[in-house]
Design a binder for this molecule. Structure first.
Ligand code: ZN
Length: 614
């Protein structure tokens, strides 16, 4: 391009009068999704009419913050990309697009954003003429700069005041970083902040910001009785819905769909439909497009914060998501949950329903716990025969002046038997017990979280090659899978540490330390194992009430935040040492891949190899 041509192009950009019609109409006139989306051809809002309200909010001068809590596959990123395109053409101002990390932003810019911009003539003609003005961190349009930033480097957010701030997938951000990022951003007086994400936990940042806004749901009219209602998966209480006795997705359970207690998925899929919560009339997915044309926005919050709009919608609204896929995903997750692994159910709730996660259940009571007593007495082990590996472990809770221990049998498949329990005076006694019971060095797990005794504990772990355990308030830990390079979240993490680094004690060996999520394992033990859900968990028939009392010391409390978000927290009176030992036994089982198949751990990464005793 010659400089005269370039100049002509610039002039043309400035001469095009701004379009002050609705953003959604601009989108329909300007965006073509051919080659970019499952729904090819010119962009239409009737296939997902919820976006009209979103676009109006984005365009509306009164709205300062938009909080969009949605499921995966709800078209959220596409909506934001179109908004950015419109802003570049019709309402320019510096824009920050903040993702979890800079790498995540780079990938998104290359794979999705630039292809759409290049394919949209109105945006393409405002794209930089010079290559240097188009990097992955910044695109300098003729009208405005668009910056991409990672939430993990908040210092880079300070550079310039922005008119538009977009926080993308904020629940993938490190805990606490949203507030840091929002503080860093300098904004114009008429600025707009957009937070968009699937939610995480009940009371997490997405859920909390959503509660502060209008809490808008999209209601459609039942074709049978005209009753208005939002799509909602089931009937039981969830974080954002009250219980009801009818309505939601239904399917047939009979000899055709579930012969001999196993789902025939193909037959099941044919029977999936939606039931009206008022007249119980049934609706099939072929009618979904017609339903969507009747939607209205209904605000649930009578007192939203000034200028804050918030919405919720999920996969059932999406024409490109099959309803029977949603039901199959749920039933699969439910079957896995019944084996004690609730991670899949969690991700169904967060990713597919777009709802914050919380188990709204109570802890087990003494009657339920007593039902776990098996046909054996204290000190009796499982016989190690059959194809499944069986191991003995000791888990230890360290007190000021003594140790509490539990000896367990663990069996491949995630089963656990409490063999015995008791008190010891010191680590020499523990070593003697270990040898007497024939437990391997790598079968001894010791809580090292006690601040006063942690140096001593780590020294003992190093001396005997025992494993140190550290409970954490974190819900999960990131793992990079060696098999496919993907990152997954797990409720524990195994690490080799040098406990005496920086001191002149000069460690020659490291200690294996397992960090684990208190919350995740407490949910698993107290809401599943104690209640007899999932793989076998058994107690000796002559178990003492002193032991049971400590197992029952944990109660579940619902805590309400100022904005009304409920968080569930475990509370104890400090007399829960044996239950801590049992929690560690479950962590040990997962980390040594004894629950493989139940927990889907890549065995090799976590096998705790026996190394020679000193
Ligand atoms: Zn109806």
């Amino acid at each position: 391009m010659t400089s005269i041509e370039a100049h002509a192009k610039l002039v043309e950009q400035w001469l095009t009068p701004p379009d002050d019609g609705p953003l959604w109409k601009w989108a329909e006139a300007n965006i073509d999704l051919t080659g970019l989306s499952a729904l090819e051809g010119p962009y239409r809002t009737d296939v997902s009419p919820m976006v009209r309200w979103l676009f109006n909010g984005l365009q509306d001068r009164e709205t300062r913050m938009l909080v969009i809590m949605v499921s995966a596959q709800a078209g959220k990123t596409q909506t934001l990309m179109i908004f950015a395109g419109w802003a570049i053409c019709e309402a320019p101002g510096p824009m920050f697009w903040v993702g979890a990390s800079e790498e995540a932003c780079d990938e998104f810019t290359k794979a999705r954003l630039l292809p759409m911009f290049e394919q949209t003539p109105a945006v393409a003609k405002r794209m930089p003429l010079q290559r240097s003005e188009k990097s992955l961190n910044l695109i300098q349009f003729a009208t405005m700069p668009l910056y991409f930033r990672g939430s993990n480097s908040p210092s880079k957010l300070k550079s310039t005041p922005v008119r538009y701030f977009i926080g993308d997938e904020i629940d993938d951000w490190k805990p606490g970083s949203l507030d840091k990022v929002l503080k860093r951003v300098r904004t114009y007086r008429n600025s707009k902040k957009v937070l968009i994400s699937t939610p995480e936990l009940s009371g997490g940042s997405m859920h909390t910001h959503w509660l502060s806004g209008t809490q808008t749901f999209f209601h459609w009219a039942c074709p049978h009785c005209q009753h208005r209602q939002p799509f909602r998966f089931g009937r039981e209480r969830t974080v954002i819905f009250d219980p009801r006795d009818k309505g939601g997705f239904v399917w047939d359970t009979n000899d055709t769909t579930r012969p001999a207690g196993k789902w025939n998925w193909q037959e099941l899929r044919k029977t999936v439909r939606y039931q009206c919560e008022s007249c119980e009339g049934e609706i099939y997915q072929v009618e979904q497009f017609k339903l969507l044309q009747t939607i209205e926005a209904v605000d649930r919050n009578p007192l939203p914060e000034n200028g804050v709009k918030s919405w919720h919608f999920w996969a059932a609204y999406s024409l490109w998501v099959k309803w029977d896929d949603i039901v199959v995903e749920f039933l699969t997750a439910k079957e896995v949950a019944e084996t004690g692994n609730i991670e899949m159910l969690k991700s169904f709730v967060k990713e597919t329903l777009g709802e914050p996660w919380a188990l709204v259940e109570d802890a087990a009571n003494e009657d339920e716990l007593r039902k776990r007593c098996g046909q054996y007495k204290r000190g009796e082990y499982w016989e190690a025969k059959g194809p499944r590996r069986v191991s003995r472990i000791i888990t230890v809770d360290v007190q000021k002046d003594h140790l509490r221990y539990v000896i367990s049998n663990i069996r491949e498949g995630g089963e656990l038997r409490v063999v015995d329990y008791g008190r010891l005076t010191d680590f020499a006694d523990l070593r003697a017990l270990q040898e007497q019971k024939g437990v391997a060095n790598r079968g001894v797990f010791i809580d090292c979280a006690d601040g006063n005794r942690s140096t001593e504990i780590l020294r003992e772990c190093m001396r005997w090659n025992w494993i140190a355990m550290q409970g954490s308030a974190q819900d999960s830990f990131a793992h990079l899978l060696t098999s496919n390079g993907k990152t997954v979240q797990r409720p524990f993490k195994v690490k080799q540490i040098d406990p005496f680094i920086g001191t002149n004690k000069g460690a020659t060996r490291t200690v294996t330390r397992i960090s684990w999520s208190n919350n995740a394992f407490k949910d698993r033990l107290f809401l599943f194992a104690y209640k007899g859900k999932g793989p076998l968990f058994e107690l000796p028939s002559d178990v003492g009430s002193d032991f049971l009392t400590e197992l029952l010391d944990e109660r579940r409390e619902a805590k309400k935040s100022e904005r009304g978000a409920t968080r569930y927290v475990w509370k104890d009176t400090g007399n829960n040492h044996f239950s801590d030992c049992l929690l560690m036994a479950y962590v040990a089982m997962d980390a040594t891949a004894f629950s493989r198949g139940v927990f889907n751990v890549e065995a090799k990464e976590y096998e705790l190899k026996e190394s020679p005793s000193p």
